[in-house]
Design a protein around this ligand. Structure first.
Ligand code: NDP
Ligand code: MG
Length: 394
C-alpha cells in the first residue's frame, strides 16, 4: 500500500532571492508534499507581497523595518501575519508549525536565524554557507545537542550527501568538490586586472545571486565550500580536495577507503538539490530536463590555479588556521564583493584586501559567538578602510 506523505510546512528565509524563488517553484510543483508556512525577505517588498498573495503563508517577515507598512497594508485583507525586523526571524523559525527551515539569506546576515533554527531542533535545508564558514563549530555542536538536522542545498554538498546515503562516514577517504572554474577559467592576472563586475556576473553554467556569482568568478565560492564541507561532513582539512570540471555535470565526488569513487551527476539546476533537501530521505518525481550523456562528448577535469585565483588559496589557509580566521576571511570578502559590484575595487585588489585583513585581526583559537560577531565587525571596518585606498574609490 502506498503511504501518503505528510505535508511538510516550510519557512523560507530569503524567499525573494535566487534560492528562495526556486524553492517556491519546488513547493508550487508539489502542493501535496510542501506548503509555505513563513516567507521572509529583506527589502524586496513588492516580490514578497506577490509571493504572499500566491502562496498564502501563515506569516511573512520583512527584515528591513522601513518596508513594514507597505507589506502590512498590501496584505491587510488576508489572514497573513506580518512581522518586521531581524529579531522576528528567530521567533518564526521556532514555531511548532514549521517543519523545515530553508536558510537562503545571503552572507553573515543569515547566521542568527540559522542558529535559532538549530536551537529549535528543526530540519534545516542550508543554502546560507557563510553560516558554517563563520561558525561551523558552534552550529554543528548545537545541532548535535538539539537534534537539528542540517541538509545541504549547495549543489556540491548535496552531491556528497547523496553519495554518502547508506554509507559509513568513517570509510570516507576524501571528498572531491567540483568547480566550474567560473567565467575566467584559464585566464591569468594580466587579464583579470581589467575585468569588471558586468563581466564577472556572466557565469557559464549557473544563474545565481550577485554575491555568489562574484565568489564563483574569484573561486572564493569554492574556498567557502571547502570550509562548509568540513563542518557538514566532519572532515579533516586534508580530506577535502577541489578539481575544476567546467561542464558542471558531476556535482562532487566521494572517495572511499577501498579506492572506490562515487559521483552524483545531473544537469546544473538548483531546484534539484533544493527538492532533495525538502524531500529527504525520499525522492520525488519531477519534470526537470534529464541528463543525456550523448550531448556531453567530454567531461574534463583539471587542477585549480591557486596562484591566479588567490581567494581559493586564502580560504584554504583560513580553513587550516581555524578559529576566527574563516569568519574574518568571510567578512572581508563580503565587503570587497559589495565594493567590486559598485566598481570601487578591482578584481585583483579583492584578494589583496582579504589577505591584509587576515593579518590585522587578532587570532582567536576557540571563538564564542560573541567573538565571531566582534571579529566580523572589525574585519569589515579594516576591509572598508583598505577599499577606500583603491584608485577606483577616488
Ligand atoms: P540572493 O542575493 O539572490 O538572495 C538573497 C536573499 O537574502 C534575498 O531574499 C534577500 O532579500 C535576503 N537578504 C539579503 N540581505 C538580508 C539581510 N540583511 N537580512 C535578511 N535577509 C536578507 O542570494 P542567493 O539566493 O544567490 O544566495 C542565498 C544563499 O544561498 C547564499 O548564502 C549563497 O551562497 C547560497 N547559495 C546560492 C546558490 C544559488 O544558486 N543562488 C547556490 C548555492 C548556495 P531581498 O531580496 O528582499 O533584499
Ligand atoms: Mg555550490
Amino acid at each position: 500500500m502506498k503511504e501518503t506523505a505528510k505535508l511538510k510546512r516550510i519557512a523560507i528565509l530569503g524567499s525573494t532571492g535566487s534560492i528562495g524563488t526556486q524553492a517556491l517553484e519546488v513547493i508550487a510543483a508539489h502542493p501535496q508534499l510542501f506548503e509555505a508556512e513563513v516567507l521572509c525577505a529583506h527589502s524586496n517588498a513588492t516580490l514578497l507581497i506577490a509571493q504572499a498573495k500566491q502562496f498564502k503563508p501563515n506569516a511573512v517577515v520583512v527584515t528591513d523595518e522601513t518596508k513594514y507598512t507597505e507589506v502590512k497594508e498590501a496584505l491587510g485583507s488576508l489572514p497573513i501575519k506580518v512581522f518586521a525586523g531581524a529579531g522576528a526571524l528567530a521567533d518564526v523559525v521556532a514555531w511548532d508549525s514549521v517543519d523545515i527551515v530553508i536558510t537562503a539569506i545571503v552572507g553573515f546576515a543569515g547566521l542568527h536565524s540559522t542558529i535559532a533554527a538549530v536551537k529549535a531542533g528543526k530540519r534545516i535545508a542550508l543554502a546560507n554557507k557563510e553560516t558554517l564558514v563563520v561558525a561551523g563549530d558552534i552550529v554543528t555542536r548545537l545541532a548535535s545537542e538539539t537534534g537539528a538536522t542540517v541538509i545541504p542545498v549547495d549543489s556540491e554538498h548535496s552531491a556528497i550527501f547523496q553519495c554518502l546515503a547508506g554509507e559509513d562516514y568513517s570509510q570516507v577517504e576524501k571528498i572531491i568538490l567540483t568547480a566550474s572554474g567560473g567565467p575566467f577559467l584559464g585566464k591569468k592576472p594580466n587579464f583579470l586586472v581589467n575585468v569588471k563586475a558586468s563581466h564577472a556576473l556572466q557565469h557559464p553554467n549557473w544563474t545565481m545571486g550577485a554575491k555568489i556569482t562574484i565568489d564563483s568568478a574569484t573561486l572564493m565560492n569554492k574556498g567557502l565550500e571547502m570550509i562548509e564541507a568540513k563542518w557538514l561532513f566532519g572532515l579533516e582539512n586534508e580530506q577535502i580536495d577541489v578539481v575544476i570540471h567546467p561542464q558542471s555535470i558531476i556535482h562532487s565526488m566521494v572517495q572511499f577507503t577501498d579506492s572506490s569513487v562515487k559521483a552524483q551527476m545531473g544537469l546544473p539546476d538548483m531546484k534539484l538539490p533544493i527538492q532533495y533537501a525538502l524531500a529527504y530521505p525520499g525522492r520525488v518525481h519531477n519534470d526537470f530536463k534529464r541528463l543525456d550523456f550523448k550531448e556531453f562528448s567530454k567531461l574534463s577535469f583539471e587542477q585549480p590555479d591557486y596562484k591566479t585565483f588567490r581567494n581559493l588559496a586564502l580560504a584554504k589557509d583560513a580553513m587550516y588556521k581555524g578559529g576566527n580566521a574563516p569568519g574574518v576571511l568571510n567578512a572581508a570578502n563580503e565587503v570587497v564583493v559589495h565594493a567590486f559590484l559598485q566598481n570601487r575595487v578591482s578584481f585583483i585588489e579583492m584578494s589583496d584586501v582579504i589577505e591584509t585583513v587576515g593579518t590585522r585581526i587578532a587570532f582567536i583559537e576557540q571563538p564564542t559567538l560573541e567573538d565571531h560577531e566582534q571579529s566580523d565587525k572589525e574585519a569589515r571596518i579594516r576591509a572598508a578602510e583598505l577599499v577606500k585606498k583603491s584608485q577606483l574609490s577616488h
